[in-house]
Design a binder for this molecule. Structure first.
Ligand SMILES: [Mg+2]
Length: 337
């Protein structure tokens, strides 16, 4: 499965925590480092510039940030981290000698979650750090489960929609093709009827795992689209490659044994796949039209006997395209911008 996004879905919420301590006073850095050592990995920065440099390649679970530093001060560091989508969610606690109301308000307005005044008392620092690390962990776990299908562990429909939109934008920027496979398990209702719903769930789980294992390239993303339907996003993939992948996927699933929950019987299922490719996704064209294409190819795969893949060129489906959509012309073809 895809490396970057998949890692996010597969990873359990991190247990070992990492903390970045930023202060221009080495004595404070050392003191905080000693206090917080039990939490896990501790890193240091002695200036705002250094903190910004470190966070380009390291995402801590929490940042303790001094306000008064020469050069880029703590408030600016905080604002810049909060403007970065990859670091926005990292909780920041300000640690400062300025324990007046104005500084505290400025710190919170810059996006900090808390404010600790010097001189530092170990129990206060430890308690606040523990609280914010825990809240951060819970938030991350919630975000993870909101985007994950509980049964298969694959990204869910919501995550799929977000990823497809993101890949569309990326493909449009890089002027690369983008392919989509939509597929479902053949005769799944009959499978459920004859083996029962627990077996149906097991079948979905095994098929989900087989798809995840099938995808080797970083960037490819499999998702549970709904019911017995799955989807695969294939960035930088043209028609012939998409069709090759679709056919390989059909064979992979046909070769996958589904062990029924009674652990005695094995069954096999097949899938029908619809593939579609947009050779050059233009910004503003209807992403839904690509899904429609893959869907009509899937319909054709079903009609042509199942256990097979079909391809539908993008922009050739008149059926189901919203003619009021300004991104498509009256015949349903995407308008190049
Ligand atoms: Mg200072």
């Amino acid at each position: 499965m895809r490396s970057a996004v998949a890692a996010q879905f597969e990873a359990q919420p991190p247990q070992a925590q990492s903390i970045l301590i930023v202060d221009d006073d080495p004595a404070i850095v050392q003191l905080l480092g000693e206090m917080l050592k039990p939490f896990g990995e501790i890193r240091f920065a002695l200036s705002g510039e250094q903190a910004l440099a470190i966070t380009t390649s390291f995402t801590p679970d929490l940042i303790l940030l001094d306000i008064n530093m020469p050069g880029v001060n703590g408030l600016d560091v905080c604002r810049r981290l909060k403007a970065n989508p990859g670091l926005r969610e990292v909780p920041i606690i300000f640690v400062t000698g300025q324990n007046d109301l104005t500084s505290e308000v400025a710190a919170l307005e810059a996006g900090a979650v808390d404010f600790i005044a010097k001189p530092l008392a170990t129990p206060i620092v430890v308690a606040r750090v523990r609280t914010h690390l825990r809240l951060h962990q819970l938030t991350e776990a919630l975000k993870h489960s909101a985007r994950t299908d509980a049964l298969t562990g694959l990204p869910n429909r919501r995550a799929f929609d977000e990823e497809l939109a993101a890949e569309w934008r990326r493909a449009s920027r890089r002027r690369e093709p983008l392919s989509l496979l939509l597929f479902d398990i053949d005769h799944f209702k009959a499978f459920n009827d004859s083996h029962g719903h627990p077996a149906g769930d097991e079948c979905l789980r095994i098929v989900g795992q087989a798809i995840a294992a099938f995808l080797k390239r970083p960037g490819d993303l499999a998702a549970r689209y709904g019911g017995e339907e799955f989807a695969v996003i294939l960035p930088a993939t043209d028609c012939p490659d998409a069709l090759r992948m679709a056919n390989a996927l059909v064979r992979t699933i046909a070769d996958t044994a589904i062990t029924l929950p009674n652990a005695l019987e094995k069954r096999r299922v097949t899938i029908s796949v619809g593939a579609a490719t947009v050779e050059l996704p233009a910004p503003g064209t209807a992403i839904a039209a690509l899904v429609e294409c893959a869907d009509s190819a899937l319909y054709r795969a079903k009609r042509n006997g199942r256990n097979r893949a079909e391809f539908q060129p993008f922009g050739r489906t008149v059926r189901n395209i919203d003619h009021d959509d300004p991104a498509t012309d009256p015949r349903g073809n995407p308008i190049e911008r």
